[in-house]
Design a protein around this ligand. Structure first.
Ligand SMILES: Nc1ncnc2c1ncn2[C@@H]1O[C@H](COP(=O)(O)OP(=O)(O)OP(=O)(O)O)[C@@H](O)[C@H]1O
Length: 291
């Protein structure tokens, strides 16, 4: 669970603090090492779950996110972006360090659970109740959710008949109806059409204006440049850059091009140059953070 701290009160500009948060997954080793080669002890270890491998997904990362910021998170596949987002929402606990937030960040992803056999309208009810609204609050919000989703004509249909873009629109409209203080969007924007993207951008502006803080994980540098005021570049589990959308996406684009052409040395140099721009995050706790 994301830890909240009373020191980050409602007067503070700070929304999220990552304090050397890192993640190493422990997964059961695959059975590819042939069983017959294993001795009795090895087979016992395997059966008792001792036979595990460690996947270092995120090296300790520190940053402070303030209200009003819209933070893009970029990086090549498997670099650790989703892992960081799962830590922020409390979906997984970091194996090192900690994350503190003024309220639990709400994750909006294309894969978040909606019930496919229920109608769009019933999913609105269910989704809002799941986010802690009362039935009266759901009814209060229903029309604005429908308007934002633009799915007036399809609400009576079961969700399984929706295209992935339509489902993403509904999900976005439901998830942002609670006016979350901290909103995390993982690639959801890329599925909508141009009209929905405009509405999404307008809604994100509203969220930001309400002193919210938005994290946007995307492979689309255009979306990142259009929507973000700051960008974190994570590569190979390492925070490489934390800066303006222009400078970070420019460097990242050069890196992606070098990687695409298999220019190993050039891409290593670009990673090093990026990391050299990183200033250490100093977190001034008024007293020791709660652990
Ligand atoms: N549940 C898990 N168990 C073990 N390893 C995992 C798990 N989830 C992610 N990983 C590993 O952690 C690393 C980071 O994965 P993550 O999903 O955070 O990357 P990502 O930057 O979000 O990638 P993408 O852009 O492809 O979505 C990868 O090496 C991945 O294989």
């Amino acid at each position: 669970m994301t830890q909240s701290t009373s020191r980050m009160d409602s007067q503070s500009k700070i929304a999220v603090v990552a304090d050397r948060a890192g993640m190493t997954y422990t997964v059961k080793a695959s059975e590819d090492a042939s069983e017959k080669k294993k001795g009795l002890m090895d087979r016992f270890r395997s059966a008792s779950g001792v036979n595990t491998v460690q996947v270092k997904a995120l090296n300790p990362i520190s940053f402070v996110a303030e209200r009003g910021e819209s933070i893009g998170v970029i990086g090549t596949n498997g670099s650790g972006k989703s892992t960081l987002m799962k830590i922020l929402t409390g979906q997984i606990l970091p194996t090192e360090g900690a994350v503190y937030a003024t309220s639990t960040p709400i994750m909006l992803g294309v894969n978040a659970a909606l019930v496919s056999t229920l109608s769009g309208g019933d999913n609105i009810t269910l989704g809002c109740l799941a986010m802690g609204m009362s039935l009266a609050q759901v009814e209060e919000k229903r029309q604005s959710i429908i308007d934002l989703s633009g799915l007036q004509d399809s609400l009576h249909l079961p969700l399984k008949s929706y295209s992935s873009g339509m489902a993403a629109r509904l999900q976005f409209a439901i998830a942002t109806s609670v006016d979350p203080e901290i909103l995390i969007i993982d690639e959801a924007l890329n599925t909508g059409d141009a009209q929905f993207r405009d509405r999404t951008a307008a809604r994100l502006d509203e969220v930001r204006e309400q002193a919210g803080c938005v994290f946007l994980v995307s492979h689309s540098l255009g979306t990142i440049q259009q929507m973000c005021s700051r960008v974190l570049w994570i590569e190979r589990g390492q925070l490489l850059m934390d800066g303006s959308p222009e400078e970070v996406t420019e460097k990242y684009q050069l890196y992606s091009n070098a990687m695409g052409r298999n220019r190993v040395k050039a891409s290593r140099i670009l990673r090093e140059e990026a990391q050299a721009t990183l200033k250490p995050t100093v977190i001034n706790w008024q007293s020791a953070p709660p652990r």
